[in-house]
Design a protein around this ligand. Structure first.
Ligand code: ZN
Length: 340
């Protein structure tokens, strides 16, 4: 019998402490302590028991009734207090914080998707610590070439190979050579990757940034293919029709070399503060692959032609999201990062 009282107690305590409003608490009070309540019935049934049983069960049942009365009073006080802080289902919920991608990752993914849809293959970004050969020599930038000064380079001090100094790559173009050494044309690839420059930082310069190298090689590839690809790519990344303008320039690894401008992503060419009223934005260096670069990779430059350009991921992200300072991508300020 006292086992029955223990079970009754466990059940009642669980229900009372778990009651969520005053109405259900009142129901529980009736259920256990009311005139026909379960505890009350035990007390009433004492009359049918032997004296020995009464001595055991009586005090236990009385104690249980007292304990439940106190517990109900306590829970009642808690629920009354809670009532002033009641739950309002019409209020907006708290936003659950989940992880999200960095804006540069978002833009890089978008760039990759666009090139993939134009049948370009995505090539692994390759080594960030590069040899002098792949970063410069094989790209038609021999030692003492003045163009090396355009690349402020982080050189690594200790080199195992004496005639092949190591450096942090200054562009993704070394992957042109690495890829061509192992593949035969025709192909069209992009290589997204991180590059490094040893220079002072300001609103538009960082010591590391991201490029997407674009290379198409085959027979009868011309500047027309380059212009079409650039226009398609930038129009899709900025989601408006943008024409490209090619201006003569010089880069040792291309001939002819070009600076490419696109129509301003904000004003579309009419002139605004972003394009300094010119209607054009300079976006990338480009050109037709230099015959010496093909020779470095073991190709016959009379047989194949190709074009190359390198899209700057930060530059695109800054134009796309109206970000005024490249350093914002790297300073870890959550007020900035959490907007993406
Ligand atoms: Zn403009």
């Amino acid at each position: 019998m006292d086992k029955k009282i223990q079970e009754l107690k466990n059940k009642a305590v669980l229900e009372i402490t778990g009651s969520f409003d005053l109405k259900s608490l009142e129901d529980l009070k009736v259920k256990y302590l009311g005139r026909k309540g379960e505890v009350t019935q035990i007390l009433r049934s004492l009359a049918d028991l032997s004296i020995e049983q009464k001595k055991v069960i009586g005090p236990q049942a009385q104690a249980l009734r007292k304990e439940l009365e106190e517990l109900i009073d306590k829970r009642s006080a808690e629920l009354k207090n809670k009532k002033t802080r009641s739950f309002d289902v019409t209020r907006p919920g708290k936003k659950i914080k989940t992880g999200h991608l960095h804006p540069l990752t978002l833009v890089e993914k978008e760039i990759i998707d666009i090139f993939k849809s134009m049948s370009f293959s995505v090539v692994d970004s390759g080594p960030e610590i590069e040899t002098e050969y792949y970063n410069f020599d094989a790209l038609n930038i021999p030692k003492n070439h003045p163009a090396r000064e355009m690349h402020d380079t982080f050189w690594l001090e200790k080199n195992s190979a004496k005639n092949n100094k190591m450096l942090l790559r200054t562009h993704t173009s070394p992957m042109q050579i690495r890829y061509m050494e192992k593949h035969k044309p025709p192909f069209q690839i992009i290589v997204p990757g991180k590059v490094f420059r040893y220079e002072a930082t300001d609103a538009s310069h960082e010591i590391n940034f991201h490029q997407v190298e674009c290379l198409m090689v085959g027979r009868d590839i011309s500047l027309a293919n380059l212009k079409y690809t650039v226009e398609q790519f930038y129009s899709r990344v900025f989601m408006r029709k943008l024409n490209a303008r090619l201006r003569p320039s010089y880069f040792p690894f291309v001939e002819p070399g070009l600076e490419i401008d696109i129509q301003c992503v904000k004003c579309g060419g009419r002139g605004c503060n972003i394009c300094k009223e010119s209607g054009w934005l300079e976006v990338t260096g480009a050109g037709m692959v230099h015959p010496n670069v093909f020779k470095s990779a073991g190709y016959d430059p009379k047989e194949y032609q190709g074009f190359a350009f390198g899209a700057g991921v930060e530059r695109i992200a800054m134009l796309k999201y109206n970000i005024p300072d490249i350093r914002m991508f790297y300073n870890g300020d959550l007020r900035f990062i959490n907007q993406f």
